[in-house]
Write a new protein. Sequence first.
Length: 282
Amino acid sequence: MSVSVLYCEGNSGSYDIRLLRQILPKCEIKPLGGKSFMEKIIPDREVIPNLAGIVDRDFDNYDFTPTNSPLPYNYEGIQIGWKWQRKEIENYLIDSVVVQRTIRNKIPSMDSYRAALDEAAREIATYTAARYALDYFKFPNSWGESMQKNVFGSEHSFPRSKNKKACQTKIREIVQNKKEVRIVTADAVLEKFEELLPSFSSGGFHFEHYLTFFAGKDLLCSMENKLKEFGFQAKASGVNSPIPDFLDQVFRKLEREEDIWKWLPEWEELRLQFTNVNFTAC
């Protein structure tokens, strides 16, 4: 039985809902902001039994092998929907498969785009390990200059300095400022950072799967100069970034295409599960 109502993150014009409308069969999609709405799905199924939700994975889990399938989202032992396997929605929009099918004629070559994406991953690798270490202990996991809200539709911070020393300094600062009466020390978080660093660095397992585990927004921030070189412009009033132009052009083309769920294996698998799920058997 196909899902008839889907709760998702974002707002009516967000990338989340725009993409879901393209890859899923027709259903009512309700954007409800942050992922806290997921715990409301079980009581709301009293009204609509085949209700589900989908949210970004964020930094919730890094200890799995990517399988090109959405992750089941369980609450109180019951599946209430899915998490995207990749960190966030932007991770799909920057995929070279999607870029090639949408704005291939807007960039010099796919090789130059892939090289820019790989370089962005190398630039944020250490910072990403630090973010996972902080999130592991449930501390705030980002810092730096705040991007304009209309770059991504929500606030996003990104640091200028992302080397190991800068990350260590910021981990200590965040833990000291946010630990309150908790027993977790900065040294414990730094130890976790050291543990994670090899896997998130070039050649490591998580680096090799950076489109799954690294933040798509961070990758885009790191690619800003390259996007400018490729010809994307800061068109929006008061926004000095080519990122909105890049994403808007991807979406304008994507929304004119048919059967886009066939582009990426995870999109096709989500559509299949969405259509055939039976929550009454959960």
